[in-house]
Design a protein around this ligand. Structure first.
Ligand code: SAH
Ligand code: TMP
Ligand code: ZN
Length: 403
């Protein structure tokens, strides 16, 4: 049943049994590992693309949540620029107040703290929340939802901007989020969020964007319908080149802001391209199967030729690739990553060991599967020596390729 409107959800792909994508295991934790069925479908009534099964939120977002947003220089720049844009546009009044949902280690709020702007982050994962707090940022170790939003409205007053990046798509209880907006957003305030865009996922075959945390795959049509349903209005959209293609949605109270022509334009493009037509999902599903087949065949061939293949980027996305395609330590012996909290742990489900990224240069495998393809440019510059000494990158979206 659709988490937005209660309509029937028609399943279009089943990835089978999958682990928690961001739970990196110690050797003694392997036997108790949690699995769920990762299947994705589209609501026949409101067109929202969503997972069929939901993982309880406390299993995903807890003190050991290992994803650190500040790990990418490009994303640090992206969020600094985003914050500066808000300072120039939405936050020019007297004593403005900005709230972030899912502030993680403070990658975005840092700029507001430096500018002396009243701010608050909601971040249920205590480990990353503590990092932000250590940086002088004001953080509530809690989920944003109706009740917590009401409490902040009472203590802090209305918010001019409520922002979220790569977080709203993690939240199945979207109705509670909008009731929280109703309570906390100033009459002329904006709720701005950016998430992976269904249009890019379908176009570029980035099937590994589908995992436990990515409960919704948003499109302009589905977000516009959801906003209306909850008493708000989608007033602007903008495509972003980060994380393999995202859209930034700006939502306001109904009638409070003019609606940009960009909304209708992108909504029409989605319809023209048949974004949610059954034939589109069929093509996508066939491509996913083909890509997995080709990737595994390549890895088997390289192994048979005596080549050593590693992985790079212990991303949440890589859980879907490795577990759906059946890639274990016999094909990819280790995954390199810069996040200290992941080192010495095992990848979810596949149990491939994670090692510090510095070891890529020291151990120089023949090939490295670039699981963090969304950071390709940054990583390939950083690891230039790998390629110059003959190492080759393997990517698998939109197609399997060696570069
Ligand atoms: N905004 C950062 C972090 C994205 S990861 C970035 O773009 O890089 C998603 C974050 O949302 C996690 O840190 C998780 O703990 C947090 N989160 C999940 N549900 C939440 C909720 N209901 N309210 C606030 N944060 C939430
Ligand atoms: P993400 O795709 O969800 O942002 O995760 C990126 C992962 O890749 C994260 O675990 C950090 C890692 N990483 C590196 O190992 N090296 C890098 O240069 C970058 C940018 C990320
Ligand atoms: Zn629906």
């Amino acid at each position: 049943m659709c988490r937005i409107c209660g309509g029937a959800v028609s399943e279009f792909f089943d990835f089978g049994r999958q682990p928690l994508s961001d739970t990196f295991l110690r050797a003694d934790e392997v036997s108790g590992e949690y699995f769920f069925r990762l299947a994705v479908g589209v609501c026949e009534d409101c067109s929202m693309v969503q997972l069929l099964d939901e993982v309880p939120r406390d299993r995903m977002f807890h003190a050991d949540y290992p994803y650190h947003s500040s790990g990418s220089a490009r994303m640090r720049n992206h969020f600094e620029q985003t914050a500066r844009d808000f300072l120039d546009t939405e936050l020019t009044g007297t004593d403005p107040f900005v709230v972030e949902i899912g502030c993680n280690d403070g990658v975005m709020l840092r700029t507001f703290r430096e500018a002396g702007i009243r701010h608050l982050g909601f971040e249920p994962s205590r480990g990353v929340a503590d990092l932000a707090r250590a940086d002088g940022i004001r953080v509530l170790t809690d989920y944003f939802e109706e009740s917590s939003a009401v409490r902040i409205r009472e203590s802090d007053g209305p918010a001019d901007v409520i922002f979220a990046a790569n977080t709203i798509c993690h939240i199945p209880y979207l109705g509670s989020i909008f009731r929280g907006m109703e309570a906390l957003l100033a009459p002329d305030g904006v709720f701005v969020f950016e998430d992976p865009y269904l249009g890019d996922i379908i176009r570029l075959n980035t099937f590994d964007q589908i995992y436990d945390e990515h409960f919704f795959l948003f499109s302009v049509n589905s977000v516009r319908t959801a906003a209306r349903r909850f008493g708000f209005e989608l007033v602007d959209v903008r495509r972003l080149p980060v994380h393999g293609g995202e859209v930034r949605y700006t939502i306001a109270r109904t009638g409070a802001r003019p609606v940009s022509p960009a909304v209708d334009a992108l909504a029409a493009e989605e319809r023209d391209r048949g974004l949610i037509d059954p034939a589109t999902f069929e093509r996508f599903g066939a491509d996913v199967k083909r890509i997995c087949g080709e990737l595994v065949e390549l890895l088997r061939r390289l192994r048979a030729e005596g080549k050593r293949v590693a992985g790079y980027g212990a991303t949440a996305k890589s859980a879907t690739v490795t577990n759906y395609c059946g890639i274990g330590p016999e094909l990819v012996d280790v995954v390199y990553d810069t996040t200290p909290a992941k080192h010495g742990r095992l990848m979810p489900g596949s149990h491939i060991p994670v090692r510090p990224a510095s070891e890529l240069a020291e151990t120089r495998p023949d090939f490295a599967v670039l699981f963090a393809w969304n950071h390709a440019e940054e990583i390939q510059v950083k690891e230039k020596a790998f390629h110059e000494s003959g190492g080759r990158w393997i990517t698998y979206v939109p197609d399997v390729r060696i570069t």
